[in-house]
Ligand binder design. Structure first.
Ligand code: PGA
Ligand code: ZN
Length: 386
């Protein structure tokens, strides 16, 4: 087994780790690691060089660690055992974990999603598509991070994409009418419209109007990303008002990642909707078990780089399924042309996928992969299921 790594750049032009793992027989897997901006306290951290190169964000140390320490540790190991052996910073372990999965899938002659399903169920997830962005993804704009469109009645993934495409286009038109062409062309880190008005309700109002204009059953999802907001508990009353006025079907991270009492309260108030924990769980099966015990949230956001390996993320998926929590597999705001997250969502039979807007190629790479899996591999679309 050979492992090579290099310093690449992500969609924010921040350094990230690239990795190729090669097996005897000429099979290889290539991976590029994503990075978040709203990073929760409980995520496994990345290794960054510090110093002045790339403002301290360089990953040469991570690259060296993969090529020296990790590569030496994996000598002679079957590729199927690589994942469980990995330990250390997230950008080191995830790069190797993803490359190993791709190499193993190639060697087995299966599409990655099929290899990852390991004989279990698989399906195409319902997309939650970013339309307006704020928070850390559109600095200076509204405080709420994501306003997303969720197709509720599409029969295929392709149909789902076309419906949300119309919603995004209409939302851009409404933005143009109100704020001019320039504002309607500004895109945030995940390709969403970056309204700079500063009024938290405005994107919601525009999105709801766009949905009405399109005239299809589409719901609204919100990611508050409350770990990035001071005094998020003050938002809960506002959120209730919004839920009464707008077609909100899903709320993510309405409170900070260690506010278990607040989350329990939020679950009483919003638990009839989809209530998603992102920073709260940090994709950790242990944190999910704690939430189950406290009756907190009902849906888990799964981002493999929060825990550092596919194996650990798969355990969290399994725990969610066991406890009746819904699952949303998610990309990061700093992502790359690597489309691996699409295969993970399909192979792990995730309920939904959250990979940003239908804009910017690092986003389209994933949507295009899902469209390919539906069209060529014939995987069934599961639709909105809450
Ligand atoms: P992040 O944002 O990748 O910046 O953490 C995604 C999210 O909060 O869902
Ligand atoms: Zn989030």
């Amino acid at each position: 087994m050979g492992v090579r790594a290099w310093e690449a750049l992500d969609s924010r032009a921040h350094p990230t780790v690239g990795c190729v793992l090669s097996l005897e027989g000429g099979f290889e897997g290539r991976a590029l690691v994503p990075t978040g901006a709203s990073i929760g306290r409980f995520e496994v951290s990345d290794l960054r060089d510090g110093g002045t190169r790339y403002a301290g964000l360089g990953v040469r140390d991570a690259v060296e660690r993969i090529e020296k320490t990790v590569a030496a540790d994996l000598v002679g190991l079957p590729v199927g055992e690589v994942d469980a052996r990995l330990d250390g910073p997230s950008n080191v372990t995830l790069a190797v974990s993803l490359a190993a999965a791709r190499a193993a899938a190639a060697a087995s002659g299966l599409p990655l999603w099929h290899y990852l399903s390991r004989g279990g169920e698989y399906s195409l997830p319902c997309p939650m598509v970013n339309v307006f962005s704020g928070g850390r993804h559109a600095e200076g704009g509204v405080r709420i991070q994501d306003f997303l469109a969720v197709p509720l009645a599409a029969k295929t993934f392709a149909e789902a994409m076309e419906v949300v495409w119309r919603v995004r286009r209409q939302a851009a038109r409404l933005t143009e009418e109100r704020h001019g062409t320039l504002m309607s062309r500004l895109v945030a880190d995940e390709g969403g419209l970056a309204v700079l008005a500063g009024d938290d309700a405005e994107p919601l109002e525009l999105l709801a109007r766009a949905i009405e204009d399109v005239g299809e059953p589409v719901g609204v999802a919100i990611d508050v990303a409350a770990t990035q907001i001071e005094h998020p508990e003050e938002f809960l009353g506002t959120l209730e008002g919004w839920c009464a006025r707008y077609p909100i079907v899903s709320i993510e991270d309405p409170l900070g990642d260690d506010d278990w009492d607040g989350w329990a309260d939020a679950t009483r108030r919003f638990g009839h909707l989809q209530l998603v924990g992102d920073d709260l769980f940090a994709t950790s099966a242990q944190r999910l078990e704690k939430a189950v015990g406290l009756g907190v949230a009902n849906t888990v956001l799964v981002k493999p780089n929060q825990v550092g390996t596919l194996g650990r993320a798969a355990q969290t998926m399994a725990a969610a399924r066991r406890h009746g929590y819904a699952t949303v597999v998610s990309a990061r705001s700093g992502d790359t042309e690597d489309d691996v997250i699409a295969d993970l969502a399909v192979g792990w039979n995730a309920g939904q996928i959250k990979i940003g807007s239908i804009m910017r190629s690092e986003r389209l790479a994933k949507y295009n992969r899902l469209l390919q899996i539906e069209a060529l591999d014939g995987v069934p679309y599961r639709g909105w299921q809450r």
